[in-house]
Each structure stands twice: as structure tokens, then as C-alpha cells.
Ligand binder design. Sequence first.
Ligand SMILES: Nc1ncnc2c1ncn2[C@@H]1O[C@H](COP(=O)(O)OP(=O)(O)OP(=O)(O)O)[C@@H](O)[C@H]1O
Length: 659
Amino acid sequence: MVLAAASPEKNKEKTKAKQRYLKRKKQRRKNKPKAAAGSAPSSEDEDDAASVSEAEPDEEPPMDDVLIEADAPEVEEDKPRKEKRPKKRRKVVDEEKDVEMAEPEVQDVIMVDPEPTAPPAPLPSLPSFPLPALPDAPSKSVLALQGLDQALVGAEIVDATGLLPIPPDGEEDGGTGLSEKTRKRLLDLGIVELFAVQTTLLPFLLPRNPLQRALYLPFDPPRDVCVSAPTGSGKTLAYVLPIVEIVSTRIVTRLRALVVLPTRDLVTQVRETFEAVGKGRGLKIGTATGQHSFSHEQSQLVADKSTRLAGGSSRVDILICTPGRLIDHLNGTPNFSLQHLRFLVIDEADRLLAQSFQDWLAQVLTATRPPSGEPSIPCGFPQHHDAVAPAFRTLLPYADIPSFVAERRESSCQKLLFSATLTRDPGKLAALELRDPKYFIVQEKTDAPGVLDVAMDRFTMPATLTEHMLVCESSVKPLVFFHLVYECGVTNALVFTKSAESTARLVRLFDFFDTARRMALGGDPSAAIIARAYSSDLSPSERKSILDKFKAKEIQILICSDLISRGIDISHVSHVVSYDVPVDMRKYVHRVGRTARAGRAGDAWTLVEEQEARYFKTMLKQADHFAKIKRMNVGEKELAPLTVYYEGALGQLKESYSR
Ligand SMILES: Nc1ncnc2c1ncn2[C@@H]1O[C@H](COP(=O)(O)OP(=O)(O)OP(=O)(O)O)[C@@H](O)[C@H]1O
């Protein structure tokens, strides 16, 4: 049934028709002989009788009555009309009444419109409300920026390709801000231009104003700095240069610069850089890694252990160390003090901040801050008052009278954080208690959303790096590796495995393979390719010896775990092979970053077992890096020439393990 509201004119016309119809009906009833009804009919029967007898041929009932007739369902026509019709009629009458009560104008508009011209108007109904719906999820980029450190949001984006030439001796500094001595030293070392990260940081850390280069800045403390720059972009020199320049102005030796690194190997490497750049400047450089006995290190670091000194005592101007040993000295070496620190460098910052060893960071930060509360040194204590740092005057046994009421002395220690994969974790950054930090992000394209890249863990790779991935069955993975070495010339290579155990196994297999192949080709010993393991199982001296041989190209392939995947700088590494896929993107970035350093070209190869391919691809896609990787296949045909040696080597390996 179609219920439609007619136009007002139509309604009016129909109402009149109905009135005429009812009038005539009334008239007919009056004229009817009363005896026609045998008994007194009920009102219902009356209506019914009327509706049945009314059907006179020349009379056309109004439309709503037609509706009543027409609306009776077909199935009901077979049934006796007497039973059904009153019911039906009553229903419609009731409907009419309801409508009338609700809206009198609509009384007559219930009709069947054979050809509806206007769209049917809805019946009055309850107001409808929109269905409950969840708002659209925010995009990944929006989420990544949530809760980000405001200083990181305002980071300065630096173009990685910018270079600044160092002028030859005697000329102006060429905008570098470096002293003549340092420039000369750099030129002697073969460094003729500064890289982007160095050019950007030098003016910030080495201001032109000599007052801002002072060793103590208690009333105008320096801003802290966080740097994210690709691997091999020269971050080490970016902090070594300003430290050497500022610390070499000192008269008395105090511990002025502290560099914290995650591994001993990196400590040794950074020490070499300090020694090379600071040569002839009279700086004393020390290391603390646990490589020597604790008492030996104590005697290297502190001049006087027997007398308690308010200002501490130090034999070194610059200390490079691992966090564990640093905490040992803070807690166990008398007069080892960080109050004179002008620089605190945390290199490979994301790795070190992930390390909560003895809550090392909190302890170090406490040691650089002036103590609050009463003087801790009793009166009459034999002291050297001049040795106390300005911010630590409260340590003195007499009242510290400020020159101005609002005068406050702060620690002069400037924190410098560096990494190729800098953390964006607000919690970790907050733990550093950075002072008005300034962020620098060095990347290839300055128009790229640098902050977003850091926020979404999309790291910048060196422009000179070429990356490849080879998907293979796990059973032929060693063979594919040998193919890379013997057929594709992948030597001077660092090969990363997942553990010290896999390193040892691969080295053995390589030895068996190389010997078998060499013997088959005539046994020329000079044709040998030497592979060695570099792992935490080796003693420090063995590790050093192996690294030196690799640097001297006596070893062509160094197989290792992730122990040296960070920071290690070996200039001639032309290939990096990830024999086992890295577990996360940060590891991947640091591994491949062992090649293509300082603008040199380099290749990275990742061997991916078929079952790992999906995971590895997803990891790269999430970092928006998949498109930059060349996918390669090595077929059976290419592997065939090496298969015979490989099978022999496998047999020997099994035998050696069973023995
Ligand atoms: N201005 C320069 N000119 C030439 N070589 C440079 C310059 N600055 C640094 N280098 C060289 O570049 C290489 C890489 O430098 P460095 O080890 O500091 O890189 P990095 O950014 O710290 O890398 P990673 O993140 O892997 O630790 C080193 O061999 C270094 O001597």
C-alpha cells in the first residue's frame, strides 16, 4: 500500500466529494424502510451493511473508501467477507482516527496514488539520530609526531652534501672557526675540507665570541646538542675539533671532557682521533674500559687518592670510556670528579640510552650537577679551594655570598648526543635533562620532512652506498656467500652473522672451502682468501691483532657478530655482507654503514633465507627503504662450478664437529 500526501487543492476537492458522498448516504438511510433490518444492528453491522449495500452503479465512492476495498489482501477474498471486512474496516477507521488526532489536515490524504507524480513525503516519525561511528584513525605520520620533544620538532635540517674547504696555512680560517694550529693539523692528516655535520656544529660549539669559549660558563651555560647524521659522515671529528680547541686553552689539568661509548673498540678508535687532532696541544687523554686492572686505571686517572680534595683531582683533560667502567670510577676512585666537565659526549646515543647498566646515566648527570643543601666538607678540612668549579661553591666550608640576589651558578657541562639512528623516545630524551637542546638532522635532501623521518625511524643512508638483497634457500646460503666472494669479488668485506657460534662455524667452512678450491686449482698459496672470526670470545689483545691485520689487508674477510656493527671505521671496507639478516632496521643501518664511509663507494649484500624474506621486506618497507634495494637471484647454474668444493667442505665441517 502506498500512502501519499496529496496536494492541498486535491485534498480540498476530495474532501468535498466525500462530504457529498456522506450526505447522499445519509439521505439514502433516511429513505430506507426501518423494517429492512430484522433486528437492531450493532453499529459495526450497520457500517458493514452500509458498505455492502452502497455499491450503486452510478455512485462512485470517494477514494479513501476505494482504498479500503482495494487494500484487502487477495488471500482473504476466499474467506467469508462477513468475518473479515468489519475487522479491516475498523482498522482503517482507527487509522483515520489516529491520523485525525495527530494531524487533522492529513485525514484525507491516505490514498492510493496510481501514478505518483511527486516523491512520497515521509510520515511524521520520531527524530532520527546519526548512528554511532568511530572517527578515522590518525595517519602514521600524525601518530609519529605525537608527544615528540618540541626541540626535535624544531630541528635544523642540514644538507649532507655541503662541504667547507680548509684554507692553507697562515690564511683566514675560511669560516671554519678553527685555530691555525688545528687547521694545520687537519691538513697534515689529509683533511682538506669539512663535512656537513662538522661545518654545522663548529659555529655552534665553537662560537666566535671568546667569552663563550670559556671553560666555565656558570652564568650563561651552553645549550645541549643532539645530532642525527648518516654513518660515516664524520660525527667523531665534529665533536673532537671543538673539544680540542676549547680544552687546550686550560692551564690546570682537570677532567674537562668525557666521551662515553658503547664498546672498547670504539673507545680505542676515538682515542686515536683525539690523539691525531690534538697532537702538539699538550692535552692529556685517558681511557677507562676495564681492559687494565682497576687500580692501574685509577692511577692513570687521578693524581692524588690519599687527600680528600673539594675540587677533585685528575691526570687527564679528556677521558674516553665505556659506561660500566665510568660508574666504577665514580663510585670507587677517590677524588674522581665530574664537576669541571665542559663537555659530556654520548656517542651512539640510542644504544647507550637503551643500556640501563647501574642506572649509569642518572649517576653521571648527578655528578655533573652542583650539590644542593649544606656544605659537605667540614670546617678545618685541608683543601685547595681554588680547585672547586664555580657551580660547586656550596661544597666550600664558608658561606657562598652571591654578588646579585638572583645570582645562580649552573654547571658548565654541555651535553652532546650523536647517532646515525638517534632516538626520538621522549622518555629517554627526558632522562638526559637536556638544557634548551638544539637538534641537527643531517640528510641528503633538505626538503624531505627530516623530523618526520626521525620520528618514523626512517634513517638516512650514505649516498655512495649500493644495497642488494639475495633471497635463497637456507641449504645453499653458504654457497651463495662463496659465490659472492669468488665470483663477484666481494673481498675486503665485513660479514655479519647472528651469533659468535655461527661466526665460528662459517669461518671453519670458509677455510675448508678455500683450501679445497685452491688445491683443485693448483695449490697456489698466494691465491688464498683469508677469513677470520672477530668475536667476544677472543681476548682484547687477539681482537686488536685481528683488527690490525684486517686493516693491513692481511685478512680479506672478517666474519663477526654485531659486536662491531656500530661506529667502527675501517676505510678500505668495500663490502658488507649480512650473512644472517639483521633483526631490526637500526642494526641494518649500522651494519651497512661500515662501508661507503666519508664519501667512498661501497656495497652492502643481505642474504635472505626464503622463510625470512617476508619479514625482511616488511621491515624495509616500514622504513620506506625497500625501493632502494636491488633484488638479485643466484641460480643453480651460477652456483654449479662451486658445488663440488662446497660439498667437500661440508663433509669436512661435519667431521670436525663430530670429532
Ligand atoms: N672532513 C673530513 N675529510 C675527510 N675525511 C673525514 C672528514 N671527517 C671525517 N672523515 C673520515 O670519515 C670517516 C668516518 O668518520 P666517523 O667515524 O666520524 O663517522 P661517523 O659519522 O661517526 O660514523 P658512524 O655513525 O658509523 O660512527 C673517518 O675515517 C674519518 O676520518
